[in-house]
Ligand binder design. Structure first.
Ligand SMILES: NC(=O)c1ccc[n+]([C@@H]2O[C@H](COP(=O)([O-])OP(=O)(O)OC[C@H]3O[C@@H](n4cnc5c(N)ncnc54)[C@H](OP(=O)(O)O)[C@@H]3O)[C@@H](O)[C@H]2O)c1
Length: 241
């Protein structure tokens, strides 16, 4: 039986895998033997993290429509299929954060493109691969990273909070619709973490009061493993293409 500590053979894609929570997830999955593909926009960071962790590095912007199929094709091709998709990359919207009345429509559109439409497109593009994994008994999980801003109305967090609220509801509907195909779709809040995104949003926060992203990564991995079939044995996986 697979445990949180032995994930050999699991094939995982992490968007935003070069920083903060995504980097912590990538390191934690690799340490447990999973094959991982990371996606981010900055080629240098993708190469650095790929070298450090042995993950397959993919450069792309999940907020750009034309990037989605190339990203999905590379994930599938380099991992030889996919068991777990983590939509983690995120845009804060306007920074410094501002009230909705002062938010440009383009900033709202950008937050929705990256935080909602991007995860929707990427999930859609990879649904066939995920359903195949479920049919093979490997299990299939999509984890959409949420936030307390998805449920609480924090002043100044309008673009980000609205996009995360929509992502949370989208996840619940995906989960209902995909249950018959064995694909689980989760939406989980990792908590307030000491990351670049948090520093950008709340520059005067005391880092000591925030969670370490490594702690959140371990909790999320436990939730993913709990959503996989209990009998899921260590599965064979091809090398990176
Ligand atoms: N930090 C917190 O306190 C907190 C709290 C609740 C929820 N969350 C959620 O946790 C997740 C991770 O946040 P974090 O704090 O770890 O962020 P982070 O440290 O800023 O890392 C963001 C990652 O996403 C990538 N990225 C950003 N925009 C992208 C795009 N359009 N396409 C592809 N990659 C993109 C970044 O690399 P490039 O810039 O090179 O693309 C980077 O790898 C997010 O979904 C966030 O909303 C965070």
């Amino acid at each position: 039986m697979a445990t949180s500590n032995d994930l050999s053979g699991l094939r995982v894609a992490v968007t935003g895998g070069t920083s903060g929570l995504g980097l912590a997830l990538t390191r934690a999955f690799r340490k447990r033997g999973a094959a991982v593909a990371i996606v981010a926009r900055t080629a240098e960071a993708v190469e650095r993290v790929a070298r450090e962790t042995g993950a397959a590095g993919i450069v792309g912007d999940v907020g750009v429509k034309d990037d989605i199929y190339p990203i999905a094709l590379q994930i599938n091709g380099r991992l030889g299929g996919l068991d777990v998709l983590i939509n983690n990359a995120s845009s804060l919207g306007p920074v410094p954060l501002r009230l909705l009345g002062d938010t440009d429509c383009e900033d709202l559109e950008e937050a929705i493109a990256v935080n909602l439409v991007g995860p929707f497109r990427l999930t859609k593009a990879l649904l066939g691969a995920l359903a195949a994994s479920a049919r093979e008994g490997r299990g299939a999980v999509v984890l959409n990273i949420s936030s307390d801003a998805a449920v609480n109305a924090y002043a100044g967090w309008g673009a980000y909070g609205a996009s995360k609220a929509a992502l949370k509801h989208l996840s619940a509907i995906w989960n209902e619709e995909q249950a018959a195909h064995g694909v689980r779709v989760l939406s989980l809040d990792p908590g307030d973490m000491d990351t670049a995104l948090h520093a950008l949003a709340v520059p005067d926060a005391d880092p000591a009061s925030l969670k370490r992203p490594e702690t959140s990564a371990d909790e999320l991995i436990a939730a993913i493993v709990a959503a996989l079939p209990p009998q899921r044995a260590a599965q064979p996986v091809g090398g990176y293409a």
